[in-house]
Design a protein around this ligand. Structure first.
Ligand SMILES: [Zn+2]
Length: 352
């Protein structure tokens, strides 16, 4: 999930520097504590303070210890500048998850993961950094792998003083890009072409609807002119890229970064504007759904396009997946959430 007109960037930056994203801590049974370890490691400890066990989704979330996804957000320059993220953002099919994709956190229990921030962020300039872990994490009930909802989490700010030269010696989670561009062939190529064409149409129609403020109050919590402009500008840029005139991204069907594990539909490497579609994208999704807030190939492409800063900068993050999580976000959060755009485009298409 990152791009706004320049005016919006400045207002977002001001917002981030003072409050970060501010989710409602009292509404959540989860508390998250961050501690620094060594030069660039951060230990993230999540505790279940509620009155029942929680099966928290790990795949693609801040508890993922396998995939190089973004677990913490880092800011430089007194909180005003988000540090570029160099890992991947994955999109899951939200049905058919396995027990391995979750961690069970009993009442009062704490789970700790260690994040090597230098492997996932550009820290070689060194200096003072503000670190946060915040967002919404999907969960299932104990003994189930069916998603039951999402829980907010929001750490305190961790201040870190980082030696840039030492950070530069840490191996990156992703190697340099290898072969790209010609990996979609045969039936996959025709599916991708259809998906890009549908993405172009969805994004273009949604951009027009956003310009006139249609349904923006539901998905972005505002119909102000700046929100109309921001939503329509990003969607217009996505429509251009999907339509082929932008060519800001590469569209791929191979998996050079190893992100296509079970239930992963697609992933984006924002720092490289690299988007790839996994087997499940082709086998597990309809080309175009007629279900309100359903996942399909077209809105998956649209979602991934929203992560790419080359399409519209900054690319968005993943703050809330699916209708229930996405519509709990504030305006600024929704503007920075890929699925808010995908859900909005679907709602315009299906007329939810
Ligand atoms: Zn995403």
């Amino acid at each position: 999930m990152k791009a706004f007109a320049h005016l919006i960037v400045s207002s977002l930056v001001a917002y981030v520097s003072t409050t970060a994203i501010q989710v409602d801590r009292r509404a959540s049974p989860l508390s998250v504590a961050l501690t620094a370890s060594g030069n660039t490691e951060v230990k993230v400890a999540v505790t279940n303070n509620g009155n029942r066990p929680l099966n928290l989704l790990t795949k693609g979330t801040f508890l993922d210890e396998v995939n190089p996804v973004e677990k913490v957000s880092m800011y430089a320059a007194g909180g005003s500048k988000k540090v570029p993220f160099e890992g991947i953002k994955i999109r899951l099919l939200t049905t058919g998850l396995s027990a391995d994709d979750f961690v069970l956190l009993g009442v009062g229990e704490t789970k700790e993961v260690t994040v090597e921030t230098a492997a996932l962020h550009s820290l070689s300039d060194g200096g003072e950094f503000d670190v946060f872990a915040q967002g919404y994490i999907p969960f299932a009930e104990e003994g189930s792998t069916e998603l039951a909802g999402t829980l907010p989490y929001d750490s305190d700010k961790l201040s870190m003083s980082i030696d840039g030269a030492m950070a530069a010696t840490v191996a990156k989670a992703l190697g340099k890009r290898t072969v790209i561009g010609s990996s979609c062939t045969g039936s996959r190529l025709s599916s991708i072409r259809t998906a890009l064409s549908n993405c172009q149409r969805l994004a273009s129609n949604a951009a027009s609807a956003a310009s006139s403020g249609t349904k923006l109050d539901i998905y972005f919590k505002s119909t102000s002119s700046s929100v109309r402009n921001t939503v329509s500008a990003r969607l217009r840029a996505v429509a251009n890229d999907c339509g082929g005139s932008g060519r800001a991204t590469t569209t791929n069907c191979n998996d050079p970064y190893g992100g296509c594990s079970s239930n992963v539909l697609a992933y984006t490497v924002p720092s490289q504007n690299f988007i790839t579609y996994c087997n499940l994208f082709f086998n597990g999704l309809p080309a175009l759904t007629s279900t309100c807030h359903g996942q399909d190939q077209a809105n998956t492409v649209l979602h991934e396009e929203c992560h790419a800063p080359g399409v519209y900068s900054p690319g968005t993050d993943d703050l809330g997946y699916g209708y229930n999580a996405a519509t709990r976000l504030s305006t600024n959060q929704a503007l920075n959430n890929a699925d808010s755009f995908a859900l909005y485009a679907n709602a315009i298409q299906v007329n939810c």
